[in-house]
Design a protein around this ligand. Structure first.
Ligand code: ZN
Length: 91
């Protein structure tokens, strides 16, 4: 958050703190967690597939992971945007 002085020492390169996170509309947060969940599941499937095929992962699966990564990233950008909008000047 450009206005937020709270931060985390964890591995996240970007982070919305517990003060600003609830300002993100619920629907947007749900979309974000759903995208993360789908991405995680796609990774699990890819791992399983790779174990069966000595490391080969089908193109469509790689494409799906790529698409889900873009969706997850876009949903994160939306969280940031809406948190900034909601916080508008309040801090
Ligand atoms: Zn904050």
């Amino acid at each position: 958050m450009p206005f937020c002085r709270r931060s985390t020492k964890e591995q996240y390169s970007e982070w919305i703190c517990s003060v600003h996170w609830p300002m993100v509309p619920k629907r947007t947060r749900q979309r974000r967690s759903q995208a993360k969940r789908l991405l995680k599941r796609a990774h699990l499937h890819a791992d399983r597939e790779a174990r069966k095929t000595q490391g080969y992962i089908s193109t469509w699966r790689m494409n799906r992971i790529g698409a889900l990564r873009r969706i997850a990233s876009a949903s994160w950008e939306r969280c940031k945007r809406e948190a900034i909008e909601a916080a508008g000047g309040l801090r």
